[in-house]
Ligand binder design. Structure first.
Ligand SMILES: Cc1ncc(COP(=O)(O)O)c(C=O)c1O
Length: 362
């Protein structure tokens, strides 16, 4: 039996080990004083992505939760795709908003701007695209729609570390961009997330987010502090930031490996319904659509290849079920298969994946 190919694998070497050791022996494990990795990570990431400011938090879910505290969405609507991890929608509920799910573009699996236009009304306060599998959503169209409707554009970039850093290529960014650094992501930490701020009131937003990420604490002077509003315990820890600093240095190189794998899949996988190849995509994974997914995944598993089913559409889950019907999303939700693109794949692994996919008669 050949080696088992995993869908996701964090990539690390001695640099991450040394960074962890340093934090361990420093005695400062939370963020704040001591090694100061969290603050350094925020600055380096901000420079990398070219935004006005960055606030590091404990997870992608925390980033989405806090970002959506910025506009007041209580009793208001947030437009988002249903084809995402459930946190994208939970973040709306945490803040008292109403998620309005719309269909995705079947070519990119990112939110369809035309469907966003159809869903906007006077209650819309936020448009929340997801850069699916690292593919950038159509930000130039979405930001025009957001501007016209006077609502905020907040991006779920959990899959997109390395995609929208090339902001110049894409042109327009959302007011707030939320990242996840979960261990399976392109930039991996034990756990972590970040909000990148592009809004013109970035200083004010940064101060608000900093306070909300640590229990609402403000006006710290020595041991004195005040609390004026509710906050959470969402700060990033020093171990995560230390690993993140190393991973950030490697990100472009590792993403270029992901891209070359995706390019080969795109060229050599015979099935027609597959993820397109784009230079600005960071390929968190590579998706294909198959009719009999259970049979397909069983076959892949039998030859030692792990696959995923990202995602069951959120609007089909009990908590979110209503009358919403999303034709494309529902079909895709039944047919999507995620294939590995992580840089640990050997040439032999990649050939095995391609020939297994091509051996399947859909
Ligand atoms: C699209 C999307 N949004 C949000 C999240 C939440 O990120 P985290 O797991 O870091 O909380 C994830 C993570 O899996 C995700 O894939």
């Amino acid at each position: 039996m050949k080696n088992k190919i995993k869908l996701f694998e964090p990539i690390y070497d001695g640099q991450e080990k040394r960074a962890l050791q340093e934090v361990l022996t420093s005695g400062f494990w939370a963020s704040g004083s001591g090694t100061g990795n969290v603050g350094i990570f925020e600055k380096k990431f901000q420079r990398y992505i070219g935004s006005k400011s960055c606030v590091a938090v404990s997870s992608g879910t925390a980033a989405l939760h806090l970002a959506l505290t910025i506009p007041d969405i209580r009793g208001k609507e947030v437009i988002l795709p249903s084809l995402s991890f459930v946190s994208t929608a939970h973040a709306v509920i945490y803040n008292g908003g109403k998620p309005v799910f719309v269909d995705v573009d079947p070519d990119t699996l990112c939110i369809d701007p035309q469907k966003v236009i159809e869903a906007t009304n006077s209650k819309t306060t936020v448009i929340l695209p997801v850069h699916f599998a690292g593919m950038p959503s159509d930000l130039s169209k979405l930001s025009k729609i957001a501007k016209k409707n006077e609502c905020m554009l907040i991006e779920d970039a959990a899959h997109a570390s390395g995609t929208i850093f090339n902001s110049k290529k894409i042109g327009v960014h959302g007011d707030l961009v939320c990242f996840s650094f979960h261990p399976v992501k392109n930039l991996a930490m034990p756990t972590g997330g970040l909000i990148s701020i592009n809004h013109k009131k970035y200083r004010e937003i940064r101060d608000t987010l900093l306070s909300r990420r640590w229990c609402g604490i403000t006006d710290r002077k020595d041991t004195f502090y005040d609390v004026k509003e509710i906050g959470w315990n969402y700060y990033m820890n020093e171990f995560s930031a230390a690993i993140g600093l190393v991973q950030l240095r490697k990100l472009d190189r590792l993403n270029s490996i992901r891209k070359s794998i995706a390019k080969k899949y795109y060229k050599e996988i015979k099935t027609e319904r597959k993820m397109p190849y784009r230079e600005n995509c960071s390929y968190h994974f590579y998706w294909i659509l198959v009719r009999n997914r259970t049979k397909f995944r069983k076959m892949m598993n039998a030859v030692g290849i792990e696959t995923g089913t990202h995602y069951r559409p959120i609007h089909t889950m009990l908590m979110y079920k209503n009358k919403t019907k999303l034709k494309d999303t529902e079909k895709i939700g039944n047919e999507i298969v995620a294939l590995p693109t992580h840089p640990k794949l050997s040439d032999d692994d990649i050939d095995r994946i391609i020939s297994a996919v091509n051996s399947y008669d859909d």
